[in-house]
Design a protein around this ligand. Structure first.
Ligand code: FAD
Ligand code: NAP
Length: 313
């Protein structure tokens, strides 16, 4: 088989935005190719219950993403397990290179590369990553049965992770830098009612400490945000849940970005600063960052691409 594939629409990313773009672009007979990236299904594959995706009172994140993938495939979208390592926007058709060695040429591109977990950037956090420090409770929570765990952050992810981790941990301490959570009220309510969770307000992670051989976490030092007082919390697991940053590295040098790397689109559309390149989902959205809004933008991107291609004919 040739190592170069041409498509009218190349969709990069397999979260709600990518798969929805796949459904719509397929139904527009554009025969799209969707490249899944390193995380097939996107961020929702790292969570358990999703309770706010319309049509599902409750659905497991990974199950929802399999349904979306099957939907896109059923409509005719070709789905490829590859990672795009570069995108040349100076040529027409656009040229994307895959980690597999394949080249993809496309008349239009829909960027749906979403967002990735942020880290605090501490040396000790880095040292114990994968050895007690994690950013994914559903992936790693199981390893901490009967142990004490800390979660850092105050958004939906932090609260959901803290709640989920009570399934395994003897105690979960949520450490937040303010005394107010960003998380939805329904999640806050569940957090406050959970007897296994203690919330430590006005504290920031200062250091993760542990043993070197074998490498493993024993606890953390946290600092009070106003008094500066240092406190020690014993823990075997540290879950960092301080938000997500857009995965815009493929195009950050060539497309206009704003609010810390989010791809700028013309308001009310998914058009980027380069005609023929569209962006959808968390990659463009510093404000809502929900599965349903990402799916909505995926739909818009496919419709925008269809109109763009019609003007090129
Ligand atoms: P993502 O889901 O981030 O997917 C990005 C995709 O791009 C991935 O498939 C990745 O592999 C791919 N990709 C990245 N780079 C490349 C590349 N170079 N080449 C090819 N592919 C690439 N939202 C809700 O509405 N309800 C919830 O209950 C909910 N729970 C959540 C729980 C957690 C733990 C997290 C982290 C988020 C949660 N969210 C929830 C937010 C929701 O997951 C996101 O808003 C949504 O997934 C964004 O969709 P997306 O398609 O923009 O990107
Ligand atoms: P988020 O909403 O941006 O929250 C990040 C949290 O981390 C905030 O509480 C923030 O504190 C804290 N934080 C950030 N930087 C920090 C630092 N350097 N040190 C200490 N604390 C820090 O991120 P998120 O919770 O990952 O959510 C991302 C998006 O996904 C949101 O739109 C969210 O609604 C969505 N999501 C939805 C669901 C759901 O619907 N159930 C579940 C998960 C995620 P401050 O509050 O002080 O800024």
């Amino acid at each position: 088989m040739s190592d170069t594939r041409h498509t009218k629409v190349l969709i990069i990313g397999s979260g709600p935005a990518g798969y929805t773009a796949g459904v719509y672009a397929s139904r527009a007979m554009l025969e799209p190719i969707l490249v899944q990236g390193i995380e097939p299904g996107g961020q929702l594959t790292t969570t358990t219950e999703v309770e706010n995706y319309p049509g599902f009172t409750e659905v497991q994140g990974p199950d929802l993403m399999i349904k979306m993938q099957e939907h896109a495939q059923a409509m005719g979208c070709e789905i490829i397990g590859d990672i795009i390592t570069s995108l040349d926007t100076t040529q027409r058709p656009f040229v994307a290179k895959g980690d597999s060695g394949k080249t993809y040429t496309a008349d239009a591109v829909i960027l749906a590369t979403g967002a990735r977990a942020k880290w605090l950037g501490l040396e000790s956090e880095d040292k114990f990553k994968g050895f007690g420090v994690s950013a994914c409770a559903t992936c790693d929570g199981f390893f901490y049965r009967g142990q004490e765990i800390v979660v850092i952050g105050g958004g939906n992810t932090a609260v959901e992770e803290a709640l989920f981790l009570t399934n395994f941990a003897s105690k979960v301490t949520l450490v937040h830098r303010r005394d107010e959570l960003r998380a939805e009220k329904i999640l806050q309510d569940r957090l406050m009612k959970n007897e296994k969770i203690e919330t430590l307000w006005f504290h920031e992670l200062e250091e993760v400490y542990g043993s070197d051989s074998p490498l493993g976490v024993e606890g953390i030092k946290v600092k009070h945000t106003t008094t500066g007082e240092i406190r020690d919390i014993p823990a075997k697991g540290v879950f960092v849940a301080i938000g997500h940053a857009p995965a815009s590295e493929l195009v950050a040098d060539v497309l206009e970005t704003h609010n810390g790397g989010y791809i700028k689109v013309t308001p009310g559309t998914t058009e980027t600063s380069i005609p023929g390149i569209f962006a959808a989902g968390d990659l463009t959205d510093h404000k809502y960052r929900q599965a349903v809004t990402s799916a909505g933008m995926g739909c818009m991107a496919a419709l925008d691409a269809e109109r763009f291609l019609a003007t090129q004919e």
